[in-house]
Write a protein that binds this ligand. Structure first.
Ligand SMILES: O=C(O)CCC(=O)C(=O)O
Ligand SMILES: [Mn+2]
Length: 217
C-alpha cells in the first residue's frame, strides 16, 4: 500500500523515487530553497489572494487557491475551466516568476521531459483538515506535457490511483521540498490529498502549500 521504493538513486541531497510508470517523486529537491519560495508565494498572494472556490455543485473547496502565469484554474457554479483573468481581482493573473519557471523546467527534465514550458501555475493552501478529493487534471489543452507538483510546509499524503476513480490508490507521503512529476501513461491518473493532519512547519506554520504547473492553453 505504501510507495514502492524501487529505482532509488540517492545523489546526496535529493533522490528520486518511482511511484509507477511515468510518475516520480524528487525527494527533498527544493528543501534548501525555502526562503526564496516563501518570498515568491507571498508576492503572488499580495496580487492574487488565496480564496476558497466553489464547485459546480455548490460546495466550497477546503483548499484555498491562487495562481500565476497566463492562465489560472477557476471553479464556480458554471464548472471548472482556465481563465486568463482572476475573477476576484478582475485582473490578469500575476506573471509566473522566473524562479518557478526554472524549477518546473528542471523537475520536468529530471523526469525526461525537455523544454517544459508551463503556462499555468496553481497554488493550493491547505490547513489542518483540508483535503482534495480524487480527480483528474483534465481541463488543460496539452496532455502530452507532464504535471509538476511541489509540496511545501507540513506533510501530506498524496493519493495516486489509475485511470478509473475506483482504481486502487498508492499513498505517497509528501514532505516540504518534495516534487511529484507525472506524465505519459500516468498523466490522466486520478489523484488527491488526504485530510491534512495538525503539524507545524517553521516556514509555513500549520499550512501546506502545493504549487502545480501545467500546460493549459
Ligand atoms: O496538493 C496537491 O498535492 C495536489 C493538488 C492537485 O492535484 C491540483 O491542484 O489539481
Ligand atoms: Mn490535480
Amino acid at each position: 500500500m505504501n510507495l514502492d521504493l524501487f529505482d532509488l538513486s540517492n545523489n546526496g541531497e535529493s533522490w528520486t523515487e518511482t511511484i509507477c510508470d511515468d510518475a516520480i517523486v524528487l525527494r527533498q529537491y527544493l528543501a534548501s530553497r525555502s526562503d526564496e519560495l516563501l518570498a515568491t508565494i507571498k508576492a503572488i498572494e499580495a496580487k492574487a489572494p488565496f480564496r476558497h472556490m466553489k464547485t459546480a455543485g455548490g460546495f466550497t473547496m477546503s483548499a484555498a487557491l491562487t495562481g500565476c502565469g497566463d492562465y489560472g484554474w477557476v471553479s464556480d457554479r458554471r464548472g471548472y475551466r482556465y481563465s486568463k483573468t482572476d475573477p476576484l481581482t478582475e485582473q490578469p493573473w500575476p506573471d509566473m516568476p522566473e524562479i518557478l519557471r526554472e524549477i518546473a523546467r528542471e523537475c520536468a527534465l529530471k523526469a525526461g521531459y525537455s523544454d517544459y514550458q508551463p503556462d499555468a501555475c496553481l497554488i493550493n493552501r491547505y490547513v489542518p483538515g483540508a483535503k482534495m478529493s480524487l480527480h483528474q487534471d483534465k481541463d488543460e489543452q496539452d496532455f502530452t506535457a507532464p504535471i509538476v507538483s511541489i509540496s511545501l510546509g507540513v506533510p501530506a499524503t498524496f493519493l495516486f490511483g489509475g485511470l478509473q476513480r475506483s482504481d486502487k490508490t498508492i499513498k505517497v507521503p509528501v514532505m516540504h521540498g518534495d516534487v511529484v512529476v507525472w506524465g505519459g501513461t500516468s498523466r490522466m491518473f486520478f489523484h488527491g490529498v488526504s485530510a491534512i493532519k495538525s503539524a507545524y512547519h517553521p516556514f509555513w506554520g500549520e499550512s501546506r502549500i502545493n504549487i502545480t504547473f501545467r500546460v493549459a492553453g
